[in-house]
Write a protein that binds this ligand. Structure first.
Ligand code: PHE
Length: 372
């Protein structure tokens, strides 16, 4: 910086000349007005109001002026800097408002746009009922047992007192598995026609007391139509212990019925025949729609005016089955039951066509609840 000089005329010092100051201010104001983003404005501030801007440089010249000239020059430069700073501040405020408005506009969510999310699945009612049944029995201390769907003929039939010539073999239309190309080559395997072979498997592999429940898929050679499917679901129960009787069976099924359909539900037995139980019964549920109420039963569509709906088969395990499966019938006795789950669901929810259970259509399964 030059030393004070009494001859020094600020008007003669170019950076301090009023015209020059006015020009620099105009230039700064034009630049401020021309900045359209905050980033651009930042650069303008550096160029026109920063340490190296023409006005800052002019300011520095003031110190070199003779004292009497400093005041006037200082006012001129001060006003100029004030004017530029004010313009920058105003422009900053304006650009901030504009940028915020632009951001809000860009981030606006159009809630009317269709969502492109993948639909989630829903639990199938068959899965849900299988788990519910398993839970009910596990709560009583029973275990869940499983067996294969391609089953040994011996376990599906013979062990259950259905020998090769037993007429009741024809009660269950069976898918036989061939072992070779020729139709005459039997493999000794079938698609299980019921979940009862799991009874035999369990007795052969465990020692009593046995309390197992077995939900699973079974097969019969039925044509698919609204009320039949070649594949459907059953749940099997087997209890083997000392001193078990038909009374325990009835009590267990009543509890099962109430656990699914609520208090007031009950079951009834009708005499029946199964080779693997003796005595045997068909078990019916009190109609869960009309409750066999005299005022409502006549017109009830669910039970067809019967007051009861079919639920499954049951009985006291035939001693011949115990022997075939290595359990001493002198020491142990037991009961077994088997229910169809598909019809339970179709009648419960008034589903007219059994095939709806198999279509895999999410619109069918969704109303039964719980997205996955
Ligand atoms: N397995 C029989 C059926 O499929 C049902 C049943 C199971 C009957 C257990 C008695 C005991 O029809």
């Amino acid at each position: 910086m030059s030393a004070p000089n009494s001859d020094y005329d600020p008007v003669e010092v170019t950076p301090l000349h009023p015209d020059e100051i006015a020009r620099v201010v105009r230039e700064a104001l034009d630049a401020v007005a021309g900045a359209v983003t905050l980033a651009e404005l930042k650069q303008v501030r550096l160029d026109h109001a920063g340490d190296r801007s023409p006005l800052a440089l002019a300011n520095r010249e003031i110190g070199a002026l003779p004292p009497q000239a400093r005041k006037e020059a200082g006012q001129r430069v001060g006003q100029a800097r004030g004017e530029v700073n004010r313009a920058i501040a105003e422009r900053t405020a304006a650009l901030e408002v504009a940028e915020k408005a632009a951001r809000l506009a860009a981030e606006t969510v159009d809630v009317t746009l269709p969502v492109d999310r993948e639909p989630v699945g829903a639990r199938h009612p068959i899965t849900t009922i299988q788990e519910t049944v398993a839970d009910i029995f596990v709560a009583m201390g029973w275990e869940v047992a499983e067996g294969p769907e391609v089953e040994a003929e011996w376990l599906n039939f013979d062990a259950l007192n259905l020998g090769p010539d037993h007429p009741a073999r024809t009660m269950q239309d069976t898918f036989w598995i061939k072992s070779g190309e020729s139709a005459s080559q039997e493999s000794g395997m079938v698609l299980r026609t019921h979940t009862s072979p799991v009874q035999a498997r369990t007795m052969l592999t465990r020692t009593p007391p046995i309390y197992v429940v077995c939900p699973g898929r079974v097969y019969r050679t039925d044509e698919a139509d609204a009320t039949h499917m070649p594949v459907f679901h059953q749940v099997e129960g087997l209890a083997i212990d000392r001193g078990l009787s038909m009374a325990h069976l009835k009590g267990t099924l009543d509890h099962f019925a109430r656990a699914i359909y609520g208090a007031g539900m009950t079951t009834r037995f009708r005499p029946s025949y199964f080779p693997f139980t003796e005595p045997s019964a068909e078990v019916d549920l009190l109609c869960y729609v009309c409750h066999n109420d005299p005022g409502a039963v006549a017109g009830c569509r669910t039970c067809g005016g019967e007051g009861w709906v079919e639920w499954g088969g049951c009985g006291v395990v035939n001693p011949r089955v115990l022997v075939a499966c290595g359990v001493d019938p002198e020491e142990f006795s037991g009961f077994a039951f088997g229910m169809g789950l598909d019809r339970t669901i179709t009648s419960r929810y008034d589903i007219a066509d059994l095939r709806d259970l198999w279509d895999g259509d999410i619109r069918f399964t969704e109303p039964f609840g719980v997205g996955l």
